[in-house]
Design a protein around this ligand. Structure first.
Ligand SMILES: Nc1nc2c(c(=O)[nH]1)N[C@H]1C(S)=C(S)[C@@H](COP(=O)(O)O)O[C@H]1N2
Ligand SMILES: [Mo]
Length: 429
C-alpha cells in the first residue's frame, strides 16, 4: 500500500481526519485500543501513530488474496474493494460465492479476515421495550431458522449508463446477485425486543474499518422504515449458500433487506438501533442513496432539501445467456435466457426484442421460489438472416411499470438505473 495515500480524502463522502475524540482517549487508557483490537494485538507505540494513519497491516487491495476464490469478476477499484459480475456469469438461479459482486465502503474487519466470531454479539436497542444482546448461538436457537433466495442489488447498479456521468463506482449491470441466505427473520428478533410505538426507523451498524483507519468513523450506517423491517422477508443471515458468510460478504452476521438498495443490508452486523426518527447514520444524509423528489433534467444540481431516500428498487432484468457477442445460427431457434427481479417483490412479465425494440416477444417466466428471489426467464429467438442483432430484455412489474430503453430518472449520484439490458448476437448463415 502506498503510504502517501493513507488518510487522503476518498470520494465525496470522505470526512476530514479528526483529532482524538474522548472515546478514543478512553480506549487508549484501557489497555487494548480499538485499532489494536482489530489487529488482534497491542500496538505499544500507538501514541506515536499520527491520527488517521492506517497500520499497513490493514492494506487491502485486489493484489492480495481477497479475490482468489472469485471467478471472472471485473474489479472496479481496490480501495475500497469493488467488483462486479459480467452478465453471462449471473446465469445461475442461486448465485455462487465466486460470482457474487463485492461492494466495500471501507475495509474488511480483522474479525472477518480471521473468521473469528468468538464473543460476537448483536445488540438491538433504542425504541424497544427490552434491549437485546444476542450471541450467534442465541440467535440460532431462540428464533426460527429460515433460508431464502434474496436478491441484493447495489443502489448504484447501472450508474455507468447515465449521461452525464455521475460520481461513484461505474457499475454496469453486475452489482447484483441472488444467493440463498440462511438466518432468522429480522421481524422475529425485533418483535422479541418489543418495538415501541415511537419506533420510526432502523439504524444498522457493523465493525468494518473506515478507509482513513480512524476507528471513530463509521463506514456506513443505513436503515429502513420500521414497517419495512417488520415485514417477514428481511433476515439476519449467518450463511450464504449453506456456508458461513465469507469475509467479503459480512462474516459473521449480516442483514439482508430485499427490495431496497443493498446498502441497507449491513455486513459485519453487530447492532440494530431502533430510532424514533429517520436514521441519520453515515450515508443516510446528503446525496447518498437519495433521489430528487421530482424529475430533473440530466445534469441538474438539486438542492439537498429536495432529495428523498431511495427505497424500493425498480423492476429489472439481465440477459445471462448467450454471452454478449456470441454467434448463433440464422433461421434456427436459439434459446435466450436471463433473470428478472423487482423491489416490490415479484415480476409480472419479461419481453425480449431482437429488432431494436420494434417488436417484442413474451418470454416464459418462472415463478419465484420465494418472494424477492429473482425469476428465470427464457425465450426462443429465430434470427431471419446472417448479420448483427441485439437482444433487449424488458421486465414489467405488477403495476405495469417496465424497463425503459434509455436511462430513466437521471439523478446526481446515479442510483436506480433500470435501463434495459442489451447483448449483441451474431447470426451466421
Ligand atoms: N458493513 C458494511 N455493510 C455494507 C457495506 C459496507 O461497506 N459495509 N456496503 C453496502 C453496499 S453499498 C452494498 S451494495 C452491499 C454489497 O454486498 P456484498 O459485498 O455482499 O455484495 O453491502 C452493503 N452493506
Ligand atoms: Mo451499494
Amino acid at each position: 500500500m502506498d503510504q502517501s495515500s493513507i488518510g487522503e480524502a476518498h470520494g465525496p463522502d470522505a470526512e476530514p481526519a479528526t483529532a482524538d475524540s474522548g472515546r478514543r482517549s478512553f480506549l487508549r487508557t484501557s489497555g487494548l485500543t480499538a485499532l489494536g483490537a482489530m489487529l488482534g494485538m497491542a500496538i505499544p507505540f500507538e501514541r506515536h501513530l499520527p491520527a488517521g494513519l492506517l497500520p499497513v497491516a490493514f492494506a487491502q487491495d485486489a493484489g492480495t488474496d481477497f479475490m482468489k476464490d472469485k471467478d471472472g469478476l471485473t474489479v472496479l477499484g481496490d480501495r475500497p474493494l469493488n467488483a462486479e459480475t459480467p452478465a453471462h456469469l449471473l446465469d445461475d438461479d442461486i448465485t455462487p460465492y465466486k460470482h457474487l459482486f463485492v461492494r466495500m465502503n471501507g475495509l474488511v474487519p480483522q474479525t472477518a479476515l480471521d473468521a473469528n466470531a468468538e464473543g460476537w454479539t448483536l445488540t438491538i436497542d433504542g425504541e424497544v421495550d427490552t434491549p437485546l444482546k444476542l450471541t450467534i448461538d442465541e440467535l440460532k436457537s431462540r428464533f426460527e431458522n429460515v433460508s431464502s433466495r434474496l436478491v441484493i442489488e447495489c443502489g448504484g447498479n447501472g450508474r455507468a449508463f447515465f449521461q452525464p456521468g455521475t460520481s461513484g463506482n461505474q457499475w454496469t449491470m453486475g452489482a447484483v446477485g441472488c444467493p440463498e441466505w440462511t438466518g432468522v427473520r429480522l421481524a422475529d428478533v425485533l418483535k422479541e425486543a418489543g418495538v415501541k410505538q415511537t419506533a420510526v426507523y432502523t439504524g444498522h451498524y457493523g465493525n468494518d474499518v473506515h478507509l482513513s483507519g480512524d476507528t471513530e468513523k463509521v463506514v456506513i450506517s443505513r436503515g429502513v422504515p420500521i414497517e419495512k423491517a417488520l415485514e417477514e422477508d428481511a433476515i439476519i443471515a449467518w450463511a450464504l449458500n449453506g456456508e458461513p458468510l465469507p469475509a467479503l460478504h459480512g462474516f459473521p452476521l449480516r442483514l439482508i433487506v430485499p427490495g431496497y438498495p443493498a446498502s441497507v443490508s449491513q455486513k459485519y452486523l453487530n447492532r440494530i438501533w431502533v430510532r424514533d426518527k429517520v436514521h441519520d447514520g453515515a450515508k443516510m444524509t446528503g446525496d447518498s442513496y437519495r433521489l430528487p423528489a421530482y424529475p430533473v433534467a440530466p445534469g441538474t444540481e438539486v438542492p439537498e432539501e429536495d432529495m428523498v431516500i431511495l427505497t424500493e428498487m425498480p423492476v429489472k432484468s439481465v440477459v445471462t445467456f448467450p454471452e454478449t457477442g456470441a454467434s448463433v445460427k440464422a433461421n434456427t431457434a436459439t434459446e435466450v435466457r436471463g433473470q428478472a427481479w423487482c423491489g416490490k417483490g415479484d415480476v409480472a412479465a419479461v419481453h425480449i426484442s431482437t429488432d431494436f425494440g420494434q417488436t417484442w416477444q413474451e418470454a416464459r417466466l418462472d415463478p419465484a421460489p420465494n418472494r424477492f428471489a429473482w425469476q428465470r426467464w427464457r425465450a426462443d429467438v429465430t434470427l431471419p438472416q446472417h448479420g448483427y442483432y441485439e437482444v433487449w430484455a424488458r421486465a414489467t412489474d405488477g403495476d405495469g411499470i417496465s424497463q425503459p430503453p434509455l436511462s430513466p430518472g437521471w439523478n446526481p449520484r446515479g442510483y436506480a438505473n433500470n435501463i434495459q439490458h442489451r447483448i449483441a448476437l451474431i447470426a451466421e448463415a
